[in-house]
Design a protein around this ligand. Structure first.
Ligand SMILES: [Fe+2]
Ligand SMILES: [Fe+2]
Length: 236
């Protein structure tokens, strides 16, 4: 099954690469429109499961919503760069997105693991797409200003949703630079890396019991720390 999923993703990537060629922003606009769709599918199914009392997993809902919010901001950045300028590009992206939503819903219902594997491959492709773009367009990107929407999302706005997509193994949330367009593409690439890591974590058999959102992990760490000094004081 994993081989089939890999083949489908490779085929789709090939078609997009051939069709869009050097029209990078239009290609990124398409990829970002489609990239957020599976999170919407996951949320829909999880909502349905809660509604019918099947099972409840608030942390999964939180993280998947933060991921759609993150992808939405990638999309808004691409739109601010003109990626959605042409009617044809919008038409293709929107229709593929609707079809893709209905493809992912039954896959997620049948096997969350396979749906997360599919998403891991797509996020991994997104990471490498942006990584290549950074390497080949460094000078050009460093000479251009950061879009305001990106500055607000990564630095000046409420950072809760941005933090909620960060796996932060070091315990620190990322506080990235937003000085120019290069920084923004770097941040988008790093977000895609976080998505890959989250998709890997969610495929583990114990994920239903163990997976927590970054803020839930932080809250439990804080409560553990708050308990420790008090106990130590009592002992002294
Ligand atoms: Fe993205
Ligand atoms: Fe992503």
């Amino acid at each position: 099954m994993k081989i089939l999923i890999r083949a489908i993703v490779s085929f789709f990537v090939f078609i997009v690469d051939v069709a869009y060629g050097k029209r990078s922003y239009a290609r990124f606009y398409l990829l970002e429109t489609i990239a957020r769709v599976p999170y919407f599918s996951f949320l829909s199914v999880l909502h349905l499961y809660e509604t019918i009392g099947f099972w409840r997993k608030a942390d999964w809902l939180k993280v998947h919503f933060a991921e759609t919010w993150n992808e939405l901001h990638h999309l808004l950045i691409m739109e601010s760069l003109g990626g959605n300028r042409y009617w044809g590009d919008r038409f293709v992206a929107q229709h593929v997105a609707i079809a893709y939503y209905w493809v992912v819903v039954p896959i997620y219902m049948l096997s969350p693991q396979y749906a997360y594997y599919l998403m891991e491959l797509i996020e991994n492709h997104a990471y490498h797409t942006y990584d290549d773009y950074l390497k080949t367009h460094e000078e050009e990107l460093k000479a251009q200003p950061a879009p305001q929407i990106a500055i607000d999302y990564y630095r000046d706005g409420d950072l809760y949703m941005f933090e909620e997509v960060q796996t932060q193994p070091s315990g620190e949330f990322r506080r990235p630079n937003v000085d120019n367009l290069y920084d923004i593409f770097l941040n988008i690439r790093d977000d895609e890396c976080e998505h890959v890591k989250t998709m890997e974590m969610l495929q583990k058999p114990e994920a239903r019991q163990t997976f927590k959102s970054p803020h839930s992990i932080l809250e439990s760490r804080h409560s553990a720390l708050a308990l420790k000094p008090a106990n130590l004081d009592e002992m002294v």
